[in-house]
Design a protein. Structure first.
Length: 235
């Protein structure tokens, strides 16, 4: 699934591979992807990705639990992340200008790079591997610093997909391609309308009436001129 400024779109597929991600986003997508480090997103330019820091924090905690040199590296990385989030929260609540935030991030970025490089030779195989993986997408750790308006986590998408996950667990999923299309369409409609604070039942009523009378279906896009100017951000 993908969350943009104005719409949330679901696909029900048997795979979470790169082809499905490309199908979801489309060939003309030109926004910034806020994602985890799953390999399905490596086709998209690193410069226009933001790697989720919530996932990174979990990686740092795992490093700490392994003990030894891994613990030292993990604790140091966690402290840098805490400083970053403290500053970011000030940006979000309007008490720190984004330009000043960029300046504050310079020493933190240098320190994180140093620690990740050190972690590659810490003597704990799993930690070394994680550090190598993160360094491959290092630039994508800081897109939210470079581009104003980008979030450092994909928590928005994680929250949006939760109802779909719960539905699947409670209903055993779909049994046909047609069933999958119905489910992904309904989840897309409900999530998008709630996101725009529009009435779900009213929209579905209009959609059914349009289908019966042969008229075009009502649009899921908001009727706001400024919506056309927003750069889409997906997760």
């Amino acid at each position: 699934m993908a969350v943009t400024t104005w719409v949330t779109v679901f696909l029900v597929r048997l795979s979470r591979g790169a082809k499905v991600a490309e199908e979801l986003l489309g060939e003309r997508f030109c926004g910034i992807l806020v994602t985890d480090r799953w390999s399905a997103y490596t086709w998209y330019p690193t410069r226009w990705r933001q790697v989720c820091w919530a996932h990174l924090l979990r990686d740092f905690e795992a490093m700490i639990e392994r003990g030894g040199r891994s613990q030292e590296v993990g604790e140091a990385l966690r402290e840098q992340a805490r400083q970053m989030f403290h500053a970011w929260h000030r940006v979000r609540d309007g008490t720190l200008p984004h330009a000043a935030f960029r300046v504050l991030m310079r020493p933190i970025r240098r320190q994180v790079a140093r620690l990740l490089k050190a972690g590659q030779t810490c003597g704990v195989a799993k930690t070394e591997g994680v550090c190598r993986e993160v360094l491959k997408v290092y630039d994508a750790l800081w897109t939210f610093v470079r581009v104003e308006g980008v979030e450092p986590t994909n928590n928005t998408a994680e929250r949006a997909i939760r109802p779909g996950v719960l539905w699947r667990q409670g209903s055993f999923g779909t049994q046909s391609a047609q069933g999958s299309r119905v489910v992904e369409a309904m989840m897309t409609v409900v999530a998008t309308l709630k996101q725009q604070q529009r009435h779900v039942l009213a929209y579905l009523t209009d959609a059914c009436q349009a289908a019966y009378t042969g008229l075009p279906a009502p649009s899921l896009l908001p009727c706001r001129p400024e919506a056309e100017e927003d750069l889409p951000t997906a997760a």
